[in-house]
Design a protein. Sequence first.
Length: 669
Amino acid sequence: MRRFRPAFILALGLAVSAAGSSPTADLPFSTDDPVLQKILDLGKNDNRVMTWLDIAANRFGGRYSGSDAYANAAAWALWQFKQWGCEAELDEAGEVPVGFNRGPWFGRMTKPVEKALTFGTPTMTAGTKGVERGPVVIAPAKEEEVEAMRAKLKGAWALIPGESNGMARDGRRNSQMSPLVRKMAEAGCLGTIQMTKEPIRMLDGQVLKWEDLPVLPDIKLTEKQYNEIKAYIDKGEAVELEFDIRNWFKMGPVKYHNVVAWIPGTTHPDEFVILGGHFDSYDSSTGAVDDGSGFTPGMEALRLIQAAGGRPKRTVMMILFAAEENGILGSQEWLKRHPEKQGKTMVMINRDGSPSAIVGVTVPPLWESAFAKIAAPLKTLHPQFPFELRVDEYPRTKAERPTGTDSSAFSMLGIPTLSVQTRSDYVYSRAWHTLLDTYNEVVPYTEHQKHSALVTAVLAYGLANLPAPLPREGVYLPEGLYADIATGTGRVLTTLDFKNAPLPTAQFLRVVEGEGGPAGGPAKPPAPAGPPPQAGVPAGMAGPRPETAPVGKILEVKDGLASVLVVSDLQKSVAGVSLPKTTNPALKHDGPGVLGMSYENRFYLTLKKVPGLDDKYPAIGRLVAGAGILAKLKKDDPVRSVRIIRVGQAAREFKTDNASFKKLLENVR
């Protein structure tokens, strides 16, 4: 996993269907299906998901892309898929200029007391030259101080300041030592030691060519032991440490591959149900949680379908993606190398996160009847994990860049993603890129893993047998500007017509965001995912937002309007403007859910058709979702937030700074 991310994402990519078509009218999917019954029986009584996790984590270890461990694990997975009778291949996903292999590491304090040390080193950093022992010194702060300390640095370990976040000492994407570190290495320093909190997080560095191999070990020591050593030194007491770190490199380029396996479809072999999870991991541990707990249920789901004699209409494919941790590279490369499959990818189910049980899915309204039939056998499948189907009328935005997990690569292409509810009390941050990402962390959640593998098999089998593709309407927001207005009653989502009503739309944005965009700056794409929610919280549904002061309120509800005033501190800084009289030729007040600007910093939503407003105020948007909420708005209802959503380049480039707004005013006047 590249960054902290949601616990699980179930991504669905669907071929475009005819507008208004429905795949659910005569869905030939029944709980009496003998293949389905066999899948259920095998999933309950012969579920082998933990076997595949044991092999991947404990027989091969951490699977860093470009390592022998990854290549060996990929060869096993290819063989295993073929043993089940699936078709399978290695699909080239990229290469690294220099390979890296992780060996064991040991460390201890020898003076003033003997004590084992708890530490790690990032991938792509130097090991020791065998067992190396030496005193500890405080590292110089500046290059010019190195010469005066040369005698102390030679043969010594240097404590460097700062708290490690797991990245290599000189940065995750910097292949060169800093001038200070280079001088320390030239002085004969044995290595640097930096403090890290537990659980110890270990990411990586970068080596772009063999001539630039790192030479100075980069040790991340627990905060407690780091402070203990520093306290000894501050008191003038000598400290001696001993390390044996076996970090090995391999001349490149070293290719790495996605592992692809499939059960060919009988009716539509060129249409695909894709199961996915990233096969790679950081190698300071064994990648059992991230993402062993994710890809092994997909592997087992494919085995269950195959072992049950499943011959679905569409091809069911499992992809073990490479280099997810290096930037979502394997999934992007697969989509790039197989453009003919993009439009034919009906469903993609991606699992990435903590060990947990799938207990529900959230779908757009047009998918509800299809999923209701497919998920019917899951409702009472396991007494601890009752399955719930939720419907969400609010379309979501496509990913604008790869981030978080492999499903983002599919989302960027408009392949729909489906939020999945999961259940687990596992704290994902405990294993996320840490030394604790091991098999024993998943063992207590064996039942969760087995259940998720079986749920995945049932969903994949049912979706592969749909009579027609699911419709895409209501899944993603088309390109444009949108206002997501959260009131005390609920959310209302509207369009913002910046093309036909640029001036009032610009004023609306200024009222909501301040002059020039969010926080007074230019509009920006969404930021990468932040810290992960607790396991079981689906993507985009991280629970209620923290309570904040309302940004405004509903002033009145009468004459077919809900009039709104925004009064937050940011919006107070924007001067009210009496807008010139304008109309929107493309949008009239012809029904409920029309958004318009009235005067100064006020806007309104129509509750019914109000044609008299067409010559008075410009309509700037129309309801996308939240009709039920709109009908319940009442006077003094708080406005919790107004969030602007920009989809597409034109929407992101619509400017509302003072100069641009002045130009819009001049054009109208």
